[in-house]
Every structure is written in C-alpha cells, then in structure tokens.
Design a protein around this ligand. Sequence first.
Ligand code: IMP
Ligand code: MG
Length: 181
Amino acid sequence: MNEMNCDLSAVLLDEYRIQTRVREIGMQITSEYRGRIPVIIGILKGGVVFLADLVRSVSIPVELDFLAISSYGSTASSSGVVKIRKDIDVDITGRDVIVVEDIVDSGLSLQYIKDYLFKHSPSSLKTCVLLDKPSAHKLEVTFDYVGFEIGNEFVVGYGLDFNERYRNLPYIGILKEELYT
Ligand code: IMP
Ligand code: MG
C-alpha cells in the first residue's frame, strides 16, 4: 500500500477511472484537432501529471509548453490574486491552444489564464480541466473538456498537492481534514 494513503480519508478516483477518462479526452482532442497542430499548455505544477498522460492519448502532432502561476493566500484555498511565475516560450499568435489545468475551484485562476493567453491572439483557445468543483465557483467560468465533477472536499494526488506533497500519488484522494485545518 502507498505510504501516503494514511493521510487520506478516502480514495475519490482510482487509477483505473482516471486513466479511462483521460484516454477518452485524448481521443476527443485527437478527432477534434485532426489536420492541425495544437499547442498544449500545461499549468505548472498541478497540471503536469494529467498533461503527461493526456498527451500520450493524443495521436496527432502537438506542441507542448508550460505556464506557471501563483496565487497568494493560504494553501488550501485560492486567494484569487494571481501572478505569472513562468511565461510560455512558444509564440501562440494564430495557433490553436489547449490549456491543461488540474482543478477549477473558485475559477479565478483559470479565468486569469484565459484572459492572459487571449492577449497573445491565438486562433482558438480551449480549456481542459481534470477536476471541477462546480459548487465552489466564484464566477461564471466555462471549459471545454472536463474529467470529473467533484464536491467541495480538498483533494490531493495525480499532480494535486497540499504544501507541495502528494503530487506523485497515482490516484486522487480526499485529504484528512485534520491535516489542513
Ligand atoms: P481557483 O483559482 O480557486 O479555481 O483554484 C485553482 C487552484 O487552486 C488549482 O490550480 C489548485 O492549485 C488549487 N486547488 C483548488 N482546490 C484544490 C484541491 O482540492 N486540492 C489541491 N489544490 C487545489
Ligand atoms: Mg493549479
């Protein structure tokens, strides 16, 4: 058993469910972008594990890039103040862009990222999120591909962290409340 398992109150999504859904999204992207070469932008660091699996389920050529943002405030909730910590390297002007993010909570980070990338005039911009917490949205935010809708619990694993830990768990679990309250 994984040593980090004792910090979880439950496993929310096991490896099989995650991999099955990730493959479905990869196939959808493959068919929708056939004949084009999209730039897939992973949001560091949480989106990295999802992106790594997703792109291997996409069977058309793609380019990869990364954007790192930070939001200030406590680690278990987003403050909504967002800053770019690492910019993209690829020129996305006139390109088809797909943003890959781990989770949408308030929606503020994803909205900021979309507004920022739109300024570079991509020819299209779609968003792909692994997890969505619909009841936590603080603004109306839309995305094009979503893995799973979940409740308001704090989850870790498969890229998602608490204080930089648990990203390497191959599944997604609910972190025991006493560990972050
Ligand atoms: P938002 O701006 O409130 O939508 O927050 C998005 C960011 O907060 C995500 O990219 C995560 O880094 C972090 N976050 C929100 N909920 C969780 C969670 O349940 N587990 C781990 N990180 C989370
Ligand atoms: Mg994130």
